[in-house]
Design a protein around this ligand. Structure first.
Ligand code: SAH
Length: 215
């Protein structure tokens, strides 16, 4: 199967997994996942699997990326914060759907690599910050939407505080190596509303900037 054919199958696969939002599907279709992978993993970019990236991290499974994106209920005027840039793939998908994306990564080399891919793909509305995303990004807050792609035990209080009224946050919660749940938090006038969206497995949300940050 050539790459075009693989990419067509990819969208059919996402549909078969219950992704119905046409804007999300279009964003996934127009974003080359292979650009966010290295070496032998490029060939496997259109499989519905998480794959290894540098620094022992992973690019998320495409059906999970699509599901999280859908659950964020994005619109074009949104300002979005992502915690856990990793390869940059999820941020690239978000950038096609909203006005502005801020993404934070604790491994400086990953942040740098993601920036290079965004430039190569001409995605001009993403800002990559090296830092501890559990603190959020107070200087750009508040955000319409916040997405975590690393698992916390509970929704971080700093991030909830940086969410606008009626804002939505999607994140995996739970301890690593046990079952985690993807949850959606909506900040309503009557407080926070939680919905559980199914089992997932993500790398943990860790504190501080990684020691490789001088690389
Ligand atoms: N969204 C990514 C997948 C991320 S994997 C993609 O599309 O490829 C999770 C990432 O979260 C890892 O790169 C990890 O280094 C990062 N991470 C973990 N804890 C963090 C924290 N406190 N702040 C910022 N990034 C963090």
């Amino acid at each position: 199967m050539d790459l075009n054919e693989q990419r067509m199958q990819f969208i059919l696969m996402l549909r078969s997994r219950g992704i119905t939002d046409s804007a999300v599907l279009a964003a996934m279709e127009s974003t080359p996942r292979d650009a966010f992978l290295e070496g032998i993993f490029k060939e496997r970019a259109y499989e519905n699997r998480p794959l290894p990236i540098a620094r022992g991290q992973t690019i998320s499974q495409p059906s999970i990326v699509a599901k999280m994106t859908e659950e964020l209920e994005l619109h074009s005027r949104c300002k979005v914060l992502e915690v856990g840039t990793g390869s940059g793939y999820q941020a690239a998908i978000l950038s096609k759907l909203v006005r502005r994306v801020y993404t934070i990564e604790r491994h400086r080399p990953l942040a740098r690599a993601a920036r290079a891919v965004f430039q190569q793909l001409d995605l001009g509305n993403i800002t990559v910050v090296t830092g501890d995303g559990s603190l959020g990004l107070p200087e750009q807050a508040p955000f319409d939407r916040i997405l975590l792609t690393a698992a916390a035990e509970d929704p971080p209080a700093n991030l909830l505080a940086q969410l606008k009224p009626n804002g939505i946050m999607v994140l995996p919660v739970g301890q690593t190596d046990t079952v985690q749940a993807m949850i959606k938090v909506v900040k309503t006038d009557n407080g926070l509303e939680y919905t559980e969206l199914g089992e997932v497995r993500f790398v943990p949300l860790l504190e501080g900037i990684a020691k490789d940050s001088e690389d």
